[in-house]
Write a new protein. Structure first.
Length: 382
């Protein structure tokens, strides 16, 4: 059992502690730790089970109330600690429907959010393109108005839930201005999109390249106003950015647990590996990095929920520190395991593959550093 003393911190309310207790019990009863033979079916099953248990309701807005970021972060930390694919299934329901929660019309919310929350519809967020990753202002996919419809032409790639989603929240250029000023966001049904290629990555999960070949969608499928797509996308990413750090924190906590168990059992001469001073120093560094990440994550989550504060810097710090620190913690756990640490089927080996993408997606570490530095310089010059 992972140390949960952090839940006593003043960032949390009693409902957050109850959520952690309930989700922990659900994970113990439901999630099997082995890597899925069929990630597509495993994701579908996890979405259904998370919806049935009521946890996906936390991913979507409730009336005028935005999703509670502390609840999202707690869920992602616990799910990631148990299984990376469980975290993925939960997180993508939130990210894929986040624009509808934040900017959708009443009709859009009523049509999609209950289905997302129940696990009866799988959501996806389609922004990245072959020639456009972090720089969303350079999106080339276009959407043109044709009577009461929009016609979308273009391509997206590295789209999570690609191939199993029921709808793709798609960003396309509508021409109201140059760069970021000319983008809009649309709800596109999966049956209108061609899955051009399934992409395999080191931590298996549904991922695909998509083609939009004169895809026609209703005029009211736009989310927000024409030309607001960049804002829609960035605010959606900002809402969930801290939770990426929480997932990394969950991976790091699991790695520390595996390292403690291994070091306590492994013989080193006449003693145990845990009795070695070098091992103890490494364990201390791992635990310190984990607590530092947790403090940054839950401070930023609390600030987002409380409102009234520009959290871009604290959110970027939380994601940057947590993902980079988790990579180091997991690497240390692998090193401690020796040859066993790089053996397929051993938990620290799968954690090593799970963590790597988190330093890239939803704003790479280099992007987070730019956000932090620009905000610091803006404050200094004010």
């Amino acid at each position: 059992m992972s140390n949960r003393s952090f839940l006593a911190w003043p960032f949390f309310d009693p409902r957050h502690r109850k959520l952690a207790e309930d989700l922990e019990a659900w994970c113990e009863a439901t999630i099997h730790d082995a890597e899925a033979a069929d990630p597509d079916e495993a994701c579908r099953s996890l979405v259904r089970e998370l919806g049935r248990a009521g946890f996906l309701k936390l991913c979507v807005s409730d009336g005028e109330n935005r999703p509670d970021v502390r609840s999202l972060a707690i869920c992602r930390e616990i799910l990631a600690r148990h299984h990376g694919l469980a975290d993925f299934a939960f997180a993508m329901q939130g990210l894929g429907s986040g624009a509808i929660s934040l900017f959708g019309t009443i009709e859009q919310k009523l049509e999609w959010l209950p289905r997302v929350a129940s696990g009866n519809a799988i959501a996806a967020f389609a922004m990245t393109e072959p020639e456009c990753g972090s720089d969303a202002a350079n999106i080339a996919t276009s959407a043109m108005r044709d009577g009461n419809e929009w016609v979308i032409v273009g391509e997206k790639t590295y789209i999570s839930n690609g191939g199993i989603a029921d709808f793709y929240l798609t960003f396309a250029r509508t021409g109201e201005g140059e760069g970021s000023r000319g983008l809009s966001a649309f709800i596109v049904s999966a049956d209108a999109v061609q899955v051009a290629e399934r992409i395999e990555v080191i931590a298996p999960h549904p991922l695909a390249r998509l083609k939009y070949d004169n895809v026609r969608i209703p005029g009211d499928a736009i989310v927000g106003e024409p030309g607001e797509g960049f804002r829609v996308g960035m605010e959606t990413l900002n809402l969930f950015r801290v939770t990426v750090g929480a997932a990394a924190l969950g991976f790091a906590r699991r790695a520390l647990g595996e390292a403690l168990a291994f070091a306590s059992d492994r013989r080193l001469g006449t003693a145990k590996l845990a009795d070695n001073s070098v091992t103890q120093a490494k364990l201390a560094d791992m635990a310190t990095a984990i607590d530092a990440s947790a403090l940054l994550i839950y401070r930023a989550a609390w600030e987002q929920d409380e409102g009234g504060v520009d959290v871009r810097r604290s959110a970027a710090m939380a994601k940057l520190n947590a993902t980079e620190a988790a990579q180091q913690v997991i690497d240390a756990a692998v090193q401690m395991h020796g040859g066993l640490g790089v053996t397929k089927g051993v938990k620290v080996e799968s954690l090593y593959r799970d963590i790597r993408a988190l330093r890239i997606y939803e704003g790479a570490s280099e992007v987070q550093r730019q956000i932090i530095a620009k905000d610091l310089l803006k404050e200094h010059r004010a």
